[in-house]
Design a binder for this molecule. Structure first.
Ligand code: NAI
Length: 209
């Protein structure tokens, strides 16, 4: 599928939600659904759903709605889930180990191949079957192993440094958990994940409740 250029970030951020709900519908053997019904499930309006999906093609049929399996397939393609991605975690502390221990990122196409850390006590250990290697060997590893995504789980003061190492070796995706705004070239994509921001949103919503 051709990648569309001018799709807004807000639409892109909603795609994983469509994907998740459609998967759930398939699990429940639902074959087709109208944009109104889908909207009610997800909490979007029917017109929002139609507008979002129209960015990528003409998926629904007047009077029929969406074919769930087909739409799921198309959204998977739009998200790039037809490809496999390889990743390395940088930082094998609490968070790095928790991510390595989660075994279902492969459903999103990500295979975590290795973890790198600077602490000699951790080097050589395994989290599931993923080995923790010395950060000093990262550049060589990246020369020898094609790697798409670097997962940043080091303290903030070291986050830019390890990101630079990844970028220099050609890694094009950074999944950043460190609370810092990383600086990268335009062709490198960064997605930040900050649980505390999500928590602050919750706290705000609960305020004066
Ligand atoms: P931690 O202290 O348990 O682990 C950090 C690990 O990074 C240690 O094993 C340390 O040896 C390693 N490390 C430090 N400098 C390194 C370097 N230059 N190269 C390779 N390894 C290096 O810390 P924790 O709790 O796992 O947090 C890690 C990062 O994730 C922090 O930046 C923290 O703020 C962030 N974090 C973010 C969350 C989020 O929601 N985005 C939630 C929890 C933590």
């Amino acid at each position: 599928m051709e990648k569309k250029k001018n799709v807004s970030m807000a639409v892109i951020k909603r795609l994983p939600k469509y994907h998740r709900y459609l998967k759930e519908l398939m699990r429940n053997d639902v074959d087709r659904i109208s944009s109104k019904e889908l909207g009610e499930k997800i909490g979007f309006t029917a017109s929002q759903i139609r507008q979002d999906l129209n960015n990528f093609g003409d998926f629904g049929q007047q009077g029929y709605g969406y074919n769930v399996k087909e739409l799921y397939k198309q959204i998977s393609l739009i998200l790039g889930l037809d490809k496999e991605y390889t990743g390395v975690i940088i930082g094998a502390g609490n968070l790095g180990q928790a991510i390595a221990n989660y075994n279902r990122f492969s459903e999103s196409g990500l295979s975590i191949e290795c973890i790198f850390d600077a602490n000699p006590k951790l080097i050589g250990m395994r989290i599931r079957d993923i080995e923790i290697k010395d950060i000093d060997t990262l550049t060589q590893y990246l020369q020898e192993n094609s790697t798409d995504i670097g997962i940043i789980c080091v303290p903030r003061i070291n986050a830019q440094k390890v990101t630079d190492m990844l970028v220099k070796s050609g890694v094009k995706g950074i999944w950043n958990f460190a609370p810092v705004d990383l600086v990268v070239p335009d062709d490198v994509k960064v997605e930040n994940v900050h649980l505390s921001e999500s928590l602050l949103t919750l706290v705000y919503l609960m305020k004066d409740n």
